[in-house]
Design a protein around this ligand. Structure first.
Ligand code: AMP
Length: 207
């Protein structure tokens, strides 16, 4: 099974991705995570990508397409994979179509009015868990005990840019995949578990 999770920043793609890959035994490919790993390791690619990420802009298409093209060749993708945060432009979607076929495109729809608060209150753990300050009061991860941190680009100003970029460059993908009859939308303004129940219905062919 090969699927794409679409949705604005803060729509809950990462939270849903964690559940889907666990249940369906497929690989999780997050271009954002891959770029952040490069930044942390201070690679040339990381230094280049950081200049875009810090401003809330997209990293150039050829950089992320190469990451995905290499990644989907790996052994753990044989069973399928989930793309989280890719494609983000029509050019990336066209490049992906030249690399492989996709079975499902799930768009997690959220009201823009809730996104700013969702993202600026978001706290992450290196193990992949995410929390929100409104519902989680500790600063260590409940799962692995490591200290939580806030992403550098989860501040108000960068989030505003990221939402603008999403509207202009990524939102057109909804029509792009709808035209290919691959798109299914789920209401993301609900709890993580409720959204996941809807996604499971789609992936089990019940919707
Ligand atoms: P994310 O973790 O998916 O929110 O991505 C964080 C940042 O990484 C984005 O704001 C972009 O700057 C960059 N990025 C991640 N995925 C892509 C992509 N597919 N195309 C271009 N830039 C990306």
């Amino acid at each position: 099974m090969k699927l794409i999770l679409l949705g604005a920043p803060g729509a809950g793609k990462g939270s849903q991705a964690t559940k889907i890959v666990e249940d369906f035994g497929i690989a999780h490919i997050s271009t954002g995570d891959a770029l952040r790993a490069n930044i942390k390791a201070e690679t040339e690619l990381g230094k280049y990508a950081k200049s875009f990420i810090d401003k809330g802009q997209l990293v150039p298409d050829e950089v992320v397409v190469k990451i995905v093209a290499d990644r989907i060749q790996q052994e753990d993708c044989k069973n399928g994979f989930l793309l989280d945060g890719f494609p983000r432009t029509v050019a990336q979607a066209d490049a992906l179509a030249r690399l492989t076929d996709i079975d499902y495109v799930i768009d997690i729809e959220v009201d823009f009015s809730v996104i700013q608060a969702r993202i600026t209150g978001r706290r992450m753990c290196v193990c992949g868990e995410t929390y929100h300050v409104s519902t989680y009061k500790s600063d260590v991860c409940a799962k692995c005990g490591k200290k939580l941190y806030q992403r550098d680009d989860d501040n108000e100003e960068t989030v505003a840019n990221r939402l603008d970029v999403y509207r202009k460059q990524t939102e057109p993908l909804i029509a792009y995949y709808a035209a290919q009859k691959k798109l299914v939308s789920v209401d993301g303004n609900r709890s993580i578990d409720d959204v996941y129940a809807s996604i499971k219905d789609v992936l089990h062919g019940n919707r």
